[in-house]
Ligand binder design. Structure first.
Ligand code: SAH
Length: 500
């Protein structure tokens, strides 16, 4: 099975730059061992004017059968022959996408160490797949690739057998894509859409497939008209994972629609409003209050849940008493901005060993978050729909269970003091709700009782005698005696937040 990628060029801007972008030298034939066979990369043509790279995967069908039997799936007797005689060695299936991801890993990530300036540039590309399994036919191929910026998407049905045209067409098509695209965008589309068209994932779909899908789909999947079909098929119709993916795509869409991340807007709005009254912006005072609460709790290993663009992570890094800092956010874009802000790439080993950024949704339990001293949810809960909140509560207080949890959220009573905020409006478009002091305390008290925490309240910003402070913070501390936690089970553990 075969994929060719071609580009054209000139003497100053030679087509052979494709070799740098793919991290594969045009003068060599290279082989790579993958879990299902050997992948070969070679260049049928390599001149300044035209350069074509080919990826060929030699599948070992016998190894494939052994693997799947090892996986405990025994085939029905009449399927015995089909195990050995199948399309896997010939068609650009999901196996091929795995090989693509492995062989062109750096190109897929859009990095080009030798010539960084090349990676960000669109260039004329022609991608050809001579035998693409297409469940859903040429029409689906058009619907999938059509909206992705190609100037031409051509499919040609392939006959079942050329000698017997009366047998009709097979479910394979020849696909040719042409257009000006960045190579990494093109590769990430193929990485996702080949298995979607194949619709026969050969491996067990683990929860981290959602992360892979969102990483590869960053920048194009959320707004794709067929994103629901793409997610469902990519995740082999696994309900829980598909739902997770859909939610995270929706958040990505919201962020795109806003033109900036939620956190950024929150800060911008509050900073200008607060500036008028006091010289210290509210966002800064919030961070100071959080740092003070973490220090007095003696926390060293800290989670920043919904870290946004990493302002708090940055502040935590400046204090060496915080030995391990983990920022978690659902938004890939926010995390990319955070990584830039922190200069993660240029950080020394000492510093970088203290900080980790993770993508994940707080509405699901996540083993990676267990065992920390403290977790901060700064201006995050109000971004979740109320019915989803119990899932977050379980994931944080029930499963991750840090000793200290800090939650900050706007105090809606204070909104009358924001001069530029029209009456009855929340502070940010993406806020699903804003609580009064009483509502916040009722919620926090319920959560504390259910999960065995005690809770105290700290005002952040000027505490107005009438309407209270602009930001309210709850400091939860885990009750040390085990009986309180046993009480949790008695009230019943919400099912919604549990991992798939
Ligand atoms: N903590 C930062 C950012 C607050 S904005 C600050 O105080 O400035 C809210 C952040 O929560 C956004 O970055 C958003 O992407 C993130 N978020 C919203 N829902 C989430 C979820 N279910 N899982 C993880 N992060 C989420």
């Amino acid at each position: 099975m075969f994929l060719t990628i071609s580009t054209t060029g000139t003497a100053e801007n030679p087509a052979t730059d494709l070799g740098f972008l793919l991290h594969k030298h045009p003068g060599r034939v290279q082989g790579f061992t993958t879990s299902h066979g050997t992948a070969h990369v070679f260049y049928p043509e390599a001149t300044a004017e035209r350069c074509t790279a080919a990826l060929l995967l030699e599948v070992d069908p016998v190894a494939l059968v052994r693997r799947s039997q090892g996986g405990g799936r025994s085939a029905a007797p009449d399927a015995a022959l089909a195990q050995y005689v199948n399309d896997r060695p010939y068609a650009a299936s999901s196996l091929f996408a795995v090989a693509l991801g492995k062989v062109f890993r750096s190109a897929l990530a859009g990095t080009c160490a030798a010539r960084p300036e090349l990676a960000g540039q669109p260039r004329p590309l022609r991608v050809e797949l001579p035998a693409l399994p297409a469940r859903g036919g040429a029409d689906l191929v058009q619907r999938l690739f059509g909206p992705l910026g190609w100037s031409s998407v051509r499919t040609e049905p392939l006959a079942l057998d050329d000698r017997f045209p009366e047998w009709g067409d097979s479910r394979y098509v020849r696909l040719v894509l042409e257009g000006e695209l960045k190579l990494d965008d093109a590769l990430r589309q193929l990485y996702v859409l080949l298995p979607v068209l194949d619709d026969a994932k050969h491996y067990w779909v683990a929860p981290d497939e959602v992360d892979k899908l969102l990483r590869a789909g960053d920048g194009w999947l959320a707004s794709h008209p067929e994103h629901a079909l793409i997610a469902a098929r990519y995740l082999a119709r696994h309900k829980r994972l598909t739902q997770d993916a859909m939610e995270r795509l929706e958040l990505a869409r919201l962020a795109e629609a806003d033109g900036s991340e939620a956190g950024e807007l929150d800060d911008a709005a509050e900073e200008t409003q607060d500036d008028a009254e006091r010289s210290v912006p509210l966002a800064v005072r919030r961070r100071e209050a959080i740092l003070a609460a973490l220090r007095s709790a003696g926390a060293a290993r800290v989670l920043d849940l919904g870290c946004g663009q990493g302002q708090l992570v940055q502040a935590l890094l400046k204090d060496v008493s915080f030995t391990e800092i983990v920022g978690v956010d659902v938004s890939v874009r926010a995390l990319a901005t955070a990584a830039r802000r922190l200069r993660l790439e240029r950080m020394g080993e000492r510093q970088s060993s203290r900080v980790t950024l993770l993508q994940g949704s707080l509405a699901y339990t996540d083993k990676r978050l267990a065992g920390y001293d403290a977790a901060v949810l700064s201006e995050v809960v109000e971004h979740l729909d109320l019915p989803r909140l119990p899932a977050l509560e379980y994931a944080v207080f029930g499963a991750a269970r840090p000793r200290t949890v800090l939650v900050t959220t706007p105090n809606v009573e204070y909104n009358v003091r924001w001069e530029s905020l029209p009456a009855g409006h929340v502070r940010h478009r993406d806020h699903r709700f804003e609580w009064t002091r009483e509502e916040f305390r009722a919620w926090a008290g319920r959560v504390a009782a259910r999960y065995g925490y005690t809770v105290a309240y700290v005002p952040v910003g000027d505490d107005d005698p009438e309407v209270g402070p602009p930001t309210q913070m709850a400091v939860f501390t885990a009750a040390t005696d085990a009986t309180a936690t046993t009480g949790t089970t008695a009230t019943g553990t919400p099912k919604e937040g549990e991992a798939a």
